[in-house]
Design a protein around this ligand. Structure first.
Ligand code: CO
Length: 303
């Protein structure tokens, strides 16, 4: 890895960790609106010199993939379990990180949150070239189980590449027997999701997050305008809010429908625990090495 690329990755990580923490602090206040904080996080990424890969959050039984639309009325309530997932890139070099907090002064879900933290810590300790993926999964699962919870088995960490959030290898959150070995210089994100539910998620429509997969010919001017808006993202995700602010609600919905039907755009709907269990999540990005570099760790992180 060249020093220039490494610098970009490290800087993206620094920004991502700071925005994650600032977003979490804001969301911890009862009455705060989801929309307000996600707008803040996006602005803050730019202010700190980064480029937005995404700013997402998820509440309680939703594990991931929620972005509020402009008319969304979601506000934080005491005891809510909130995940903040922030992605920053510089020239396509991505930092991906997430954390969970409980809103307000209650501590009902302290253990659920701690279990995901412990799971991440235990897995990171094992990261080195030659380590097999199942071992990372086993470590995460056993930390969750120790505290009476389970991991969400159909969510996983992932390798990262330039402009690619998931670049092919999945890092399990349980022992799935995958003997693939970590390689030196791989960029990976480990993200245990822990729940008091069944340990499985399903999609809940409608989606507000999309990714451009492969541009195909379109008929409507609405679809064409959306392509013009998202092409420069190089396949990184976008949210409906960005589009409705420029193109309006009707045109966005119409255009997105066409783009999904012709296979240009793929939706990422909110992921909800099948038994409506509460879900916590922690995530760091790192570069695998004899000495692994966890590049999204904030000085206040205890994990
Ligand atoms: Co991730």
């Amino acid at each position: 890895m060249s020093p220039e690329i490494l610098q970009k990755i490290l800087k993206a990580g620094k920004i991502a960790s700071q925005v994650r923490r600032e977003g979490a602090v804001k969301l911890a206040v009862p009455g705060t609106s989801a929309l307000e904080v996600m707008d803040f996080c996006e602005k803050r990424i730019i202010q700190l010199g980064g480029q937005i890969a995404w700013a997402q959050m998820a509440l309680n039984e939703t594990a991931a993939h929620f972005c509020p639309d402009d008319d969304d009325k979601t506000t934080m309530k005491d005891g809510d379990v909130v995940k903040v997932d922030i992605g920053v890139h510089l020239d396509g070099y991505i930092a991906d990180n997430a954390m969970t907090i409980e809103v307000g002064k209650t501590t009902h879900h302290k253990d659920l949150i701690k279990a995901a933290q412990n799971a991440l810590k235990a897995a990171i300790k094992l990261v080195e070239p030659g380590r097999q993926l199942w071992e990372l999964g086993e470590a995460q699962y056993s930390e969750a189980e120790k505290m009476g919870f389970t991991t969400v088995r159909n969510l996983c960490g992932h390798t990262i590449d330039r402009y690619k959030v998931h670049s092919g290898v999945s890092i399990p959150t349980y022992n799935n027997k995958d003997k693939t070995e970590l390689q030196e210089d791989w960029q990976i994100a480990i993200e245990p999701f822990v729940t008091n539910g069944k340990g499985l998620i399903k999609e809940k429509h409608p989606p507000t997050i999309f990714m451009l997969e492969k541009e195909k010919g379109v008929r409507s001017p609405h679809a064409r305008k959306i392509l013009e808006e998202v092409r420069h993202l190089n396949g990184l995700p976008f949210t409906t809010r960005w589009l409705t602010r420029k193109l309006g609600k009707g045109a966005t919905a119409f255009g997105l429908r066409e783009l999904q039907q012709n296979g240009s755009v793929r939706p990422y709907a909110p992921l909800v625990e099948v038994n409506n269990g509460l879900v916590s999540q922690f995530e760091h990005s790192m570069i695998v090495g004899k000495k692994t570099t966890v590049y999204t760790r904030h000085e206040d992180d205890e994990w």
